[in-house]
Design a protein around this ligand. Structure first.
Ligand SMILES: Nc1ncnc2c1ncn2[C@@H]1O[C@H](COP(=O)(O)OP(=O)(O)OP(=O)(O)O)[C@@H](O)[C@H]1O
Ligand SMILES: [Mg+2]
Length: 355
């Protein structure tokens, strides 16, 4: 996947402009608040998803204007293609190769990108839900049917929890718990199997990439941590607790992924730079798996990735991701000097220029 050209009009603070990106690394530098992240966000919209900053579509239009438009020409599936995103009346509309799509989400599976944003650091810094979400989101992209499985599991969980809360008042309902346990355990086992399988696949690439980032000084280990080995049995054994607390204490909604660096928990012991490196390794490994599943290398979007990294780790990102097209934003003038091949852009007040 290679973006050949991109133009924008009235997208956030990007009034009008265009770029012809390098097929390798594109470094977008400039001071704070000039529009660097806005540019990555505009590219991200072509994945069919919403703004990664959780913005409403209406907020993506330059204040005071009615309509925003972003166009790309890109090479994918061995041919040149075009796509357009226009935002009007608080709605995103997409056109692919001249054909309007019913919904912008119709672009899913037609354009691939993997994004690192500083918010993703919660993947190592925060609780298990962030790690579960990372695996789930990645699986939804590559495994048909996984999104449906997960939502069936979640619905069943909500129903079982509602029943747990009713049982103290209507003890006869206890008999119906068997059916729900059976159903939840079956769905839960499939979810756990999917996630553990994904972890098996991502482990190798993540370890290799992490070793590269740390210049072979450190290694990471990823382990799926189940809250229960035999879910059906665990549900049965914890019924009394579950009824008392009104929720289900075992299942994939309680699982975690343990990340260790040289055998120490990354969350508890990792330095800032190590945590950042872990998240990067996971994201880049996700890109590698997408490539294995689809035959397309996703565009890599790295927002504000350089800070907290030493020059060796910065060098890896700037000069060693040679297989894919990369867009990196950064506001450190020193990091910029390390770029060996690629194009250096400068963003100033929403105006993009080549340095
Ligand atoms: N709809 C909009 N209309 C006009 N300006 C907007 C709109 N949305 C965002 N902006 C402005 O865009 C500016 C640049 O935002 P952006 O997040 O891209 O900066 P940045 O270059 O990535 O900065 P940093 O280095 O701090 O991350 C902000 O000052 C913001 O006020
Ligand atoms: Mg930014």
């Amino acid at each position: 996947m290679i973006i050949r050209r991109l133009d924008f009009e009235n997208y956030r603070n990007l009034k009008a402009g265009q770029m012809e990106p390098h097929a390798g690394v594109n470094l977008i530098s400039g001071p704070n608040a000039q529009g660097k992240t806005n540019l990555l966000e505009a590219i991200w919209l072509f994945t069919g998803g919403r703004s990664f900053r959780g913005a409403k579509d209406a907020d993506l239009v330059l204040r005071g204007e009615r309509r925003a438009e972003v166009n790309i020409g890109f090479f994918c599936e061995e041919r040149e293609q075009t796509a357009q995103i226009a935002i009007l009346n608080g709605r995103r509309n997409a056109v692919l190769n001249g054909v309007p799509l019913k919904r912008a989400s119709g672009l899913i599976g037609r354009f691939f990108a993997v994004l690192f944003s500083p918010e993703h650091l919660s993947l190592v810094r925060e609780g298990p839900s962030f790690r579960r979400n990372f695996i789930d989101a990645a699986l939804c992209q590559v495994k048909p049917g996984y999104a449906a499985l997960l939502s069936r599991y979640n619905r069943t969980l909500v129903q079982r929890n509602a029943l747990l809360k009713e049982i103290p008042r209507h003890s006869a309902l206890l008999d119906t718990l068997d059916v729900w346990d059976e159903r939840l355990a079956a769905l839960g086992e499939s979810v756990m199997k999917g996630r553990a399988g994904y972890l098996e696949k991502i482990r190798g690439p993540a370890q290799k990439i992490y070793a590269g980032i740390s210049q072979n000084k450190e290694n990471i280990q990823l382990e799926y941590q189940k809250s229960a080995e035999d879910l059906k049995q665990a549900l049965y054994a914890s019924r009394r607790d579950d009824i008392a607390t009104g929720h289900t204490n075992f299942g994939p909604h309680r699982d975690d992924m343990e990340i260790t660096i040289d055998s120490l928990s990354a969350r508890t012991f990792g330095s800032q730079g190590q945590k950042r490196s872990v998240v990067l390794a996971l994201k880049l490994a996700e890109a590698e798996l997408l490539f294995r599943e689809t035959g397309e290398r996703p565009v890599i979007l790295l927002d504000d990735v350089m800070s907290e990294l030493d020059s060796g780790r910065q060098d890896y990102l700037l000069n060693h991701l040679t297989d894919c097209q990369v867009f990196i934003t950064c506001c450190e003038p020193d990091a910029v000097k390390q770029l060996r091949d690629g194009i250096l852009f400068f963003m100033d007040g929403g105006v993009l220029s080549k340095k």
